[in-house]
Design a protein around this ligand. Sequence first.
Ligand code: ZN
Length: 271
Amino acid sequence: MPELPEVEVTRLSFADRITGARIAHLHLGKPLRWPLGAETGLLVGQRIHAVRRRGKYLLLDLDQGVLLLHLGMSGSLNFAPVQPQAGVHDHMDLETDRGVLRLHDPRRFGAVVWSAAETVDPARKLLGGLGVEPLGEDFEPRTFHAQLRQRRAPIKQVLLAGDVVVGVGNIYASEALFHAGIRPTTRASRLSAPRVQRLHTAIRQVLRRALQQGGSSLRDFVSASGQSGYFQVETAVYGRAGLPCRVCGQLVRSMVQGQRSTFYCATCQKP
Ligand code: ZN
């Protein structure tokens, strides 16, 4: 599943090239997670002024309103001067005078949604509950601690919920908790200020590292087919159940938490 670093690298892969382009046509294939919310004709002739990211949404600022794109479980975007004929899993072609932005999404949990403004529905509904950006200035340890103190749920699930801090998905939540030495099942409200500080640092570090790796493999990520996989990050615990912990050598364990797989080292991560 694309997580925040993949979405940000996707944004960087085409933002400069599409900014200033004029939309010639929007072609939608099979239904995605939500309807567009407008006639496709409304977009024709509009100029794209910027491509921003909020959480895992990409926002294309248009003359009128904003076009929200989400990659869902399996989506990828590819921008090219010309695209090959659309395949069975290509569900959006945004044709502009500078090229075609294509959404490839086999599982169709992705979304292409137009909203008259960011502050009205559907954008408000989709973006309104999002927490702060983990790499932004608003994410700071003291506020983070104050918010976690209100939560009795396990810390991993609080991170995944995205309403305290956004975009820390399953891989990076597992990794950050490992680097912070915190067991994923620990109640968020029980974490001390020093442990929250370590978690704050770890979240930023794992995301920054993934961004750097993604940046260096950008060419692969946006290969001509637009179908290449997501980042192959070297993980400490994620996906390593039964393998020795890279720090202490004990076997990494896995469990299911809120229907998601969680990986941890019982020695390095304290309750
Ligand atoms: Zn360990």
